[in-house]
Design a protein around this ligand. Sequence first.
Ligand code: SAH
Length: 282
Amino acid sequence: MPRFTSPEHSPKRPGGQHTPRKRFGQHFLRDRNILDKLVRAAEIQPSDTVLEIGPGRGDLTRALSETGAQVVAVEVDRDLAARLPEELSAPNVKILQGDILSQSPEAWLAEAQCRPPYLVAANLPYYITSAILRYLLEAPTPPTRLVVMVQREVAQQMTAQPPHSNLLAVSVQFYGAPRVVEVVPAGAFYPPPKVDSAIVHIQTHSAQPAIAPQLFFQVARAGFGTKRKQLRNALANGLHLSREEAERLLARAQVDPARRAETLNLAEWAQLARGFEQSRLP
Ligand code: SAH
């Protein structure tokens, strides 16, 4: 009896190419120029350790390995992970199989006999971009920098500045300084995604944050959290304060209570978070 299998279940055509799997967000980067740009933007030294997320068919991995750095690449797709080592038989490349989010970056590095400091270079799977960014930026030992391919719109959001800020911008900029390196057309990928992409460079702050992240984000999320535009209403609602308490908090941080969350800079959010912490002390 012949068995019918969908391409999804038979990704290895005989002797041929892997069929891209949608559910893993597989869009392979074909353009050598763009691969090189991403690698150049990462300014990799031979003494560096690079964590790559989703090596896919290994084109970026190869370009990374040519810098001489140690490359640790984590791929969730078992078929791809199984064929990568033969395609990339470089002594400075280690391929690991699994979901990147399943353990800390340090644990992945340790599996490859590496350890921090490290940087991240990747053409990210877009369906979990924000989860991966959060996982990396909040890690006990975050990467010194990230050079990642993301959707163009996400790149614009993360690099937005007041008065057009947003929660993603505040979240990323709390941990690092993001900039767009290059916008990349959808046609540079196979299969092309529905939207354009962009390479983003995020230099992470080396100093510990001056305020506890949990507190900072509690206040920022409250500020951006509702359709209420004015901060006095958004904070009252999101932090369960009376309108008077919210206004007092804003006054102490010297923020006009009629302003909108999009207009605040990082220092102002930190001031508000500090004030909120103090207002809760006995
Ligand atoms: N870096 C390759 C492929 C990018 S596509 C290139 O530039 O051509 C995104 C890759 O991430 C795919 O190979 C996909 O299988 C992988 N991936 C998706 N989810 C993942 C996860 N949770 N952990 C690790 N890799 C993942």
